[in-house]
Design a protein around this ligand. Sequence first.
Ligand SMILES: [Zn+2]
Length: 433
Amino acid sequence: MFRRTLSAPGLLRLVRGRFERVDDPVSGRGLTLADCLMSALAMFGLKYPSLLSFERDARGAGRVRSNLRSLYGVGRAPSDTAMRERLDRVDPSELRGAFKAVLSALQRGKGLDGFAWLDGHYLLSVDGTGHFSSKSVHCGNCCVKEHKDGTKTYYHQMLGAALVHPDLREVFALPPEPIMRSDGAAKNDCERNAAKRLLRDVRREHPHLRLMVVEDGLASNGPHIRLLQELDMRFVLGAKPGDHADLFETADASPMTRTLTTKGADGTRHRCRFINGVPLNDANRGLEVNFLEWTGTKPNGDVRRFSWVTDIDIDESNAESLMRAGRARWRIENETFNALKNQGYGFEHNYGHGERHLATVFASLTMLAFLIDQVQQRCCALFRAARDRAGRPKYLWARLRGLFLEFIVPDWETLYRAIAFGHRTELVPFDTS
Ligand SMILES: [Zn+2]
């Protein structure tokens, strides 16, 4: 029933293999960095609300130590202090290999079949989000906002990227890119600078992946579009009338603009207009894009309007697909950041801040735990059976953690079967005698 690679044991084995290659500047006294990283991943995988409660369980009961070994391969779990100290020194970019290993396995195992959208391209949604903010706790890598009253707010943000599909609920996260203090204070600047690093890394690590980048209106500027062209990435980027008055004027005035109207089953009138080969704006006369605008008018008179620029030639046959690609951008907010913040992953909890990298390493590992769950959701029937039986994700995490704490669990299959089919007899109660 378990697929060899695209199941919890296969994915965790892959990840552990990558963690064993991470440069360990401390390396000492029997505690390996791989065990520290896997312990943190277990904490996020099991959706522990705090490092302290995880440490209490992981270093307390013998059955939990045994379960950490059988499920996550953790030989020796670190104390909370040791975990913080060791992970604080890990350069977050060293975790990229684990993401890549999971994504490559997903691709090889046909898990991405059916996930491409237009012309074999995968939609890559990119957006920024915050994961830490404090008036007092801070580290050497915090961004700082200085207030008029002399106080400061310390914060961390990252740029997330995920493969998304308009019709499918799974999203597959790529390694997030931390937004650095040196990226600047303005939201635009820092997201753009982080995006340069993120997209170059994605292209280097996946040189042949056909990608169509979907982003919001901040991205529809000349330098960013040239970067996408250089990296051989297609794009559908938001374009608002306020930022792109020239484009809208051209579309209004040109006889080349074409308009399609259709009526939806719910009575909504859809009006789509598009024009190919127009300059992005006055400052970028030489940079031609294709412009698409979609207006939906509901029977009650409510109007919604969206517009984008793209490098795909628009015609009657692909206009709707392009519109849906553009709208799938939201999945990184709704399906990714929202899930990380509100479905037990504790993305905004403070598991420990550290002096250098800890906050970012924890956020990246949270993202990795989420990726592993999403791959299981798409590819592992047993995981889906357990999830369906549990009902909502947070009930599944509660069942997982409950069994993990109370029984000796020999392997993932037994654990999921116990949740999905109530086969508890296969779990060994802990002998307290
Ligand atoms: Zn910090």
